[in-house]
Ligand binder design. Structure first.
Ligand code: ARG
Length: 459
């Protein structure tokens, strides 16, 4: 087909330009949504008397055929037809004749593409939510088995205070709970119909937008036709929620990587989630955790890319917006894949209880216990901190730990120290006694697991 400005272009250059403008290589992902949207649109055209019943029925039959073919992978798309919308429309016309050309009455590709993406992100968000919930379940299972397993707690990656292993992994449970809330909340804005907004201004045909919204199970319609075709906030929100989720998985991955190192040896990953080295026979690498940490970068990139595409766009549709798709598809694939892998990795990892237990006994992470001990007996905490600091220093000089000091040594530092100081220094006791709300005390951890189980079951 010749273009208005075609005179000075050669045929091959035109093909190249067409190829650059086409989106069919990636938007064919929306084939089912596009057919679903068209079915709703033509059903409405029929109901409103905009198309004669017989025409509408022919179109519906044609769309059904295309749907079957799509399900069986029998559609072959072409770059000449540019995108999924024009490809399907031309296939419909090939299938049922010129009457297929009536489908686009009162509609534009602008409201059509927006509708497709709302439908797509709705089902993908639901999928993300299901996987998030089952990852939470996997965390709960590990947590339930390790309430009294101790692990050093860190700040600045320096040993800080001993904590329950369950408490540590449950921290991630709550992050994922917030992710779940964010994705759930975003569904409100995804579940709105842009269909019927036309190119930007609405249409002269007596369409019924509420009816198509109802057919597509949307909860409402966009109030403003320009906003309906220009809005990509719902995609940004998905990318942003995905970035936060991936950040959580990435932090957890980093800990899994550290814990499985020779230096920590706190966990052992299952063979199914590790790989070997092609040269070093002893290696067992935490590749899956590293990949999830790495893939977080591309999800952030997709968010930044989309924000940047949108920032200077005037209303309403601009071709720039075709760039909204690849990052969205890539993010969906990355998030779903990461969640699945993570669940498998967490539920199969072996917790090396003895190593962690030994670690909590070979450090100064019980120093706070001593300071609290003195403070509980009336010494101002600041003073207690100083006294204990000196005791730690003398241990460092003697090359021993606090529990190795004699009672005389303690008493010479402060007369408030009694024999029971050794119980206070025991990391198990230290964890058990941290029974403040949301703390690592075993009772608190049990309560948290109960709450968590309810949330997961209710979902
Ligand atoms: N392929 C286009 C996209 O994904 C569809 C909308 C085209 N609309 C238009 N007015 N050119 O954005």
């Amino acid at each position: 087909m010749s273009k208005l400005w075609g005179g000075r272009f050669t045929k091959s250059a035109e093909e190249w330009v067409d190829e650059f403008g086409a989106s069919i290589s990636f938007d064919q992902e929306l084939v089912m949504e596009d057919i679903q949207g068209s079915l709703a649109h033509v059903t409405m055209l029929k109901k409103c008397g905009i198309l004669p019943e017989s025409d509408a029925e022919k179109i519906i039959e044609g769309l059904d055929v295309l749907q079957d073919k799509a399900e069986n992978g029998q559609l072959s798309f072409s770059v000449e037809m540019e995108d999924i919308h024009l490809n399907l429309e031309s296939m419909l016309i090939a299938e049922i004749g010129p009457v297929g050309g009536k489908l686009h009455t009162g509609r534009s590709r602008n409201d059509q593409v927006a509708t497709d993406m709302h439908l797509y992100l709705r089902s993908q968000t639901e999928e993300v939510l299901i996987l998030l919930n089952s990852l939470q379940e996997a965390i709960l299972n590990q947590a339930e088995n390790h309430i009294e397993t101790l692990i050093p707690g860190y700040t600045h990656l320096q040993r800080a205070q001993p904590i329950s292993f369950s408490h540590h992994v449950m921290a991630y449970f709550w992050m994922l709970e917030r992710d779940k809330q964010r994705f759930t909340e975003s569904l409100k804005r995804i579940n709105i119909s842009p269909l019927g907004a036309g190119a930007l201004a609405g249409t002269t045909f007596p369409i019924d937008r509420e009816y198509t919204a109802e057919l597509l199970e949307f909860e409402g319609i966009y109030e403003n036709s320009l906003d309906a075709v220009s809005d990509r906030d719902f995609i940004l929100e998905f990318l942003s929620n995905s970035s936060t989720l991936m950040m959580h998985l990435s932090r957890f991955s980093e800990e899994v990587i550290l814990w499985s190192s020779q230096e920590f040896q706190f966990i052992e990953l299952d063979d199914a989630f590790s790989t070997g080295s092609s040269i070093m026979p002893q290696k067992k690498n935490p590749d899956m955790a590293e990949l999830i940490r790495g893939k977080t970068g591309r999800v952030y990139g997709n968010l930044t890319g989309m924000l940047t595409v949108l920032k200077g766009l005037p209303l309403a549709y601009n071709k720039d917006m075709q760039e909204d798709k690849e990052g969205m598809f890539d993010t969906v694939k990355t998030v779903l894949g990461s969640l699945k892998i993570f669940e498998g990795m967490i539920s199969t990892m072996k917790i090396r209880t003895e190593v962690m237990d030994k670690a909590t006994k070979s450090d100064f992470s019980n120093a706070t216990e001593l300071a609290d001990y003195l403070a509980a007996k009336g010494m101002p905490f600041r003073e207690a901190h100083e006294v204990v600091g000196k005791l730690v220093l003398s241990c460092v000089q003697k090359n021993c730990y606090l529990a190795d000091l004699t009672i005389e040594h303690f008493k010479s530092a402060s007369s408030l120290f009694e024999e029971d100081i050794y119980t206070a220094l025991n990391p198990y006791e230290a964890v058990k006694r941290r029974n403040s709300a949301g703390g690592t005390g075993f009772e608190q951890v049990k309560l948290a697991i109960e709450k968590g189980k309810k949330l997961v079951a209710e979902y």
